[in-house]
Design a binder for this molecule. Structure first.
Ligand code: ATP
Ligand code: FE2
Length: 326
């Protein structure tokens, strides 16, 4: 089955084409909105960017995949959660494609797409998932037909924390990748608030304390190093607690912060100490259309379809709202 996936929840308008036979990703084209230095994502600007780039991104994804519309079995789109204006723009594109080309439409949960792309590519069955991105930081288990949140941030996502720190110190969005590079040249550990409460986390205190160190003149490299070591150790602690409690055999790291090599190294160590396999969503960690297409294919294979008049977007949809019937 060949599915076209349209992603548009925040910064990236992504279109991917996937063949569910052998889970081959035929194309993955991303157009990414970049806010000005000192600014975060402005939802209306991001949505406008998506509208302007949608046509070309869709066209290129089909050309790269070397498929025509007659080969396509369904159109999937990110139905939630995310920024309302962006979600609506992507949904409008997907509805137009489905109607014009007479293909079934499927609405996909963005968080589940981050999980499922990593899971199918790794060949995992029921992984314990560490999903870390801009908006989300969750440890997730599969139980009773849903992905259930074992623990999560009580305030901002870890990626959001890194991006906000970057914004204040003059690093352009997204700051995560640049902080990773700076941290490699740091080595002096500056103590930061380590906040784990049972299975939940909090990152806002780290942000405030790190900005204070920066103002006091500590080297940016050392602040970045300390930020990463503290935040990532917290994530590992909750992952390890879940791993031991659930006796999980597979651990999957996914979401944009999953690109971070230091985090991947730490999580893979936790997994190996418990005899669990480890996988990372790799180049599909960040927002992309291929992950939406993967879930679209899983949903279509289970006979699901989203009629146009039920295709409204859900900006606040949660991971555990969705029943996994595939
Ligand atoms: P979600 O809706 O899933 O929260 P998102 O809009 O945050 O998605 P993603 O592409 O999943 O989008 O994640 C983006 C985040 O990943 C940003 O906060 C960015 O700074 C962070 N990030 C990207 N690369 C790295 C890296 N190498 N190290 C740390 N953080 C990174
Ligand atoms: Fe995301």
């Amino acid at each position: 089955m060949i599915v076209v996936g349209v992603e548009g929840t925040a910064h990236t308008f992504g279109v991917g084409v996937v063949d569910s036979v052998g889970w081959r990703i035929l194309s993955d084209v991303r157009s990414t909105y970049t806010p000005a230095v000192g600014s975060g994502i402005l939802p209306r600007d991001a949505a406008q960017f998506m509208g302007e780039n949608a046509g070309e991104t869709i066209r290129k994804a089909l050309v790269d995949a070397n498929v025509g519309w007659s080969d396509v079995d369904a159109v999937a789109f990110s139905q939630g959660p995310g920024l309302g204006p962006c979600l609506r723009t992507a949904a409008t594109s997907a509805r137009a494609l489905a109607l014009y080309h007479k293909k079934p439409l499927v609405g996909v949960n963005h968080c589940i797409a981050h999980i499922e792309v990593g899971r199918v590519l790794a060949g995992f069955k029921k992984p314990l998932v560490l999903y870390v991105s801009g908006g989300n930081s969750q440890v997730i288990e599969f139980n009773g037909g849903r992905y259930r949140v074992f623990g999560e941030t009580q305030d901002i996502g870890v990626g959001n924390m890194l991006d906000k720190f970057g914004r204040e110190v003059g690093i352009q969005h997204p700051a995560g990748p640049k902080i990773e590079v700076l941290a490699r040249d740091g080595g002096k550990y500056l103590p930061l608030p380590y906040v784990v409460k049972g299975t939940d986390l909090s990152f806002s205190g780290i942000l405030t304390a790190a900005l204070k160190y920066h103002k006091e003149g500590e080297r940016l490299e050392d602040v970045c190093f300390s930020l990463q070591e503290t935040a990532f150790a917290m994530l590992c602690e909750v992952t390890e607690r879940a791993l031991a409690h659930l006796n999980a055999k597979e651990v999957l790291l996914t979401g944009g912060v999953g690109y971070n090599k230091r985090l991947a190294e730490m999580v893979s160590l936790v997994a190996s100490e418990h005899g669990a396999k480890f996988a990372n969503a790799g180049k599909y960690n960040g927002d992309n259309g291929a992950m939406i297409a993967v879930v679209g294919a899983l949903m279509r294979r289970a006979g699901l379809e989203t009629p146009i008049d039920e295709s409204q977007v859900y900006p606040n949809q949660r991971t555990d709202d969705v029943e996994i019937v595939w």
